[in-house]
Design a binder for this molecule. Structure first.
Ligand code: MN3
Length: 198
């Protein structure tokens, strides 16, 4: 397969004021597109050509850094656009909420720990909710890595590369993470991924 850039699932203005049109234009049209184009070039002639994106990400990890970085970021961003929606945040679907309370203590504690993981990810990377050994866990990873290459299945991720927040929040990464959790997360999509992961 080759990588293709998807359309955003909402308009460029839809996430304002929490994420601006300008941020989405740079982030989707330039950064994500670069991962797609570089990934396609680096995939050519490798043993992973013709495999699924997840197989390429897992297979190239630790073996082909250039391909992994771009394929990993393509995978992360494909989900990232769907992890947000206009008027996001709010109620978490019942089954998922129950499991979050069971594994992470409470919804408030989950949000606190998720934000803290993003705040403390040194440099570029992502913070996550993932399913590992049947439990929901909070994780953080560097650069283009994700729970996929650490024995877990991602169900929610927030991009804490500066390109994701610097236009709107400058250096205030904690404010960006709080807005992501409270106003942007598409919990229906998280619940859908959770149901597939267990
Ligand atoms: Mn990004």
């Amino acid at each position: 397969m080759s990588f293709t850039l998807p359309e955003l699932p909402y308009s460029y203005d839809a996430l304002a004021p929490y994420m601006s049109r300008e941020t989405l234009e740079y982030h989707h049209d330039k950064h994500h597109l670069a991962y797609v184009n570089n990934g396609n070039n680096l995939l050519k002639g490798t043993e992973w050509e013709g495999q699924s994106l997840e197989e390429i990400v897992k297979g190239s990890f630790g073996k082909n850094a250039g391909l992994f970085n771009n394929a990993g970021q393509h995978f992360n961003h494909l989900h990232f656009w769907n992890w947000m929606k206009p008027n996001g945040g709010g109620a978490i679907p019942g089954e998922l909420e129950k499991k979050i309370v069971e594994d992470l203590g409470s919804v408030d504690k989950m949000k606190e720990d998720f934000i803290q993981a993003g705040v403390t990810q040194f440099g570029s990377g992502w913070n996550w909710l993932a399913v590992k050994d049947g439990k929901i866990v909070v994780m953080k990873t560097a650069n283009g890595e994700s729970p996929l290459v650490h024995g877990a299945t991602p169900i929610l991720g927030c991009d804490v590369w500066e390109h994701s927040y610097y236009i709107d929040y400058r250096n205030r990464r904690p404010d960006y993470l709080k807005a992501f959790v409270e106003n942007l997360v598409n919990w229906d999509y998280v619940a859908e991924l959770y149901s597939k992961a267990v």
